[in-house]
Design a protein. Structure first.
Length: 136
């Protein structure tokens, strides 16, 4: 049976309404694919605390979450299953630094689909792109 990993991802938006995108390094699983920064939820940790801890460790900045889940998606990879919980947040102190990722970029939501995303992140990307579209 494949291991289920619970992961939180930060959808960080700046004042220009751009979203922070992180490129996985060649040493990581799913190398050279884009993702929202974040990481594993530790035992006994709630998802919001886990996200704040992960962003502080990965990006060296502090965030504030809006305390609701934006997207919750489970994706089965070849060797494991990931439950990816995306949460919208904003930076309250510091500037994101790519300490674990190859690169960080800010992109407008309509340009998010120009990147090659990790499969588990795609539902949140699609939801972000279509979030502000009003259907008549």
């Amino acid at each position: 049976m494949k291991k289920l990993i619970k992961v939180v991802a930060a959808i960080i938006e700046n004042e220009e309404k751009e979203i922070l995108c992180a490129l996985r390094s060649p040493e990581m699983a799913l190398p050279n694919m884009w993702e929202f920064p974040g990481g594993k939820v530790e035992k006994g940790e709630d998802i919001f605390s886990a996200l704040q801890r992960e962003i502080e460790e990965e990006l060296e900045c502090k965030i504030e979450t809006n305390s609701e889940v934006f997207n919750d998606h489970t994706h089965e990879y070849e060797t494991f299953i990931i439950n990816l919980i995306s949460i919208k947040c904003r930076i309250v102190s510091g500037t994101p630094i790519a300490s674990e990722h190859s690169k960080l970029i800010w992109l407008k939501r309509e340009n998010l689909d120009s990147l090659k995303w990790a499969p588990a992140d795609i539902p949140a990307v699609d939801q972000l792109i279509h979030e502000n579209i009003v259907f008549s």
